[in-house]
Design a protein. Structure first.
Length: 191
């Protein structure tokens, strides 16, 4: 049997003919359209207390659920700012330790600071512990960033406020370190 020949399609009655499909009344069509609109995402900011946030199991069914969800979301945004600062702190600490080398002269260890190649104990590489640690923290930071973005995109004003206030509070607590070191790890998630 050749699958390239579709000439026998006309032998079947009502092929691509919707004459036998049930007709919907105008009222039924309107109810279905309204139902589909309510099931889609909101396209404008709203103050609703009935939401599904991120996952089917995270359903908000009233003001009390919304309050607890906002507390959790506030904490997520706060922790996100802390994770960004933690990455900068660890990268700064690693960078400083690279410029402190130990030189042995006649069996006596002396500490030097500087950049001569022979004095620096280079601890870089793909599988070094510091790089693996930075990678894990970066993945956590990226996950939090995308979850917060998706939460913001539900357009619930209370959820958006929880994100902004949580991130602002986190920046207030952790931001002083970032500005005092003037050091950045240079990716889109740290600004």
């Amino acid at each position: 049997m050749s699958h390239g020949d579709h000439s026998d399609h006309n032998n079947y009655p009502n092929f691509q003919d919707h004459a036998n499909h049930p007709k919907l009344s105008t009222e039924t069509s309107a109810r279905l359209a309204a139902s589909m609109i309510h099931q889609s995402m909101a396209t404008g900011f709203h103050f609703g207390t009935e939401e599904t946030l991120l996952f089917e199991f995270w359903k908000v069914n009233g003001p009390f659920d919304l309050l607890w969800s906002c507390v959790v979301i506030f904490a997520m945004a706060f922790v996100y700012e802390g994770v960004k600062t933690l990455r900068i702190y660890l990268a700064h600490r690693e960078r400083r330790s690279r410029y402190t080398a130990v030189r042995t002269l006649n069996g006596v260890a002396t500490s030097t600071t500087g950049t001569p190649e022979e004095d620096i104990a280079v601890r870089s590489g793909l599988l070094n512990l510091s790089h693996l640690q930075q990678t894990c923290i970066y993945m956590a930071q990226l996950t939090l960033a995308y979850l917060l973005m998706l939460l913001f995109m539900c357009y619930n004003v209370w959820v958006c406020l929880a994100i902004v206030l949580g991130a602002g509070s986190g920046y207030f607590v952790f931001g002083w370190y970032r500005s005092s070191t003037a050091f950045s790890v240079g990716d889109h998630c740290t600004t």
